[in-house]
Design a protein around this ligand. Structure first.
Ligand code: SF4
Ligand code: SF4
Length: 58
């Protein structure tokens, strides 16, 4: 379990790519999207895939 959390900013276009990419299913659907810190392993794949650069490591 990682203590790192990620934040989705308002540049998100709700494309859904991060939801499909996250191997841990850590994203919680909402506005804004939330990342469950208890699931996220800090792999960084969501940051790489996001076309809007909306996911920031916090
Ligand atoms: S860093 Fe990896 S595990 Fe964490 S939310 Fe992004 S894709 Fe999922
Ligand atoms: S990949 Fe980026 S733009 Fe697409 S839903 Fe996720 S945070 Fe939003």
């Amino acid at each position: 379990m990682a203590a790192v959390t990620y934040t989705v900013t308002d540049t998100c276009t709700a494309c859904g790519a991060c939801l499909l990419t996250c191997p841990e299913h850590a994203f919680v659907v909402g506005v804004p999207l939330q990342v469950r810190a208890d699931r996220c392993t800090d792999c960084g794949e969501c940051v790489e895939i996001c076309p809007a650069d909306a996911i920031v490591r916090a």
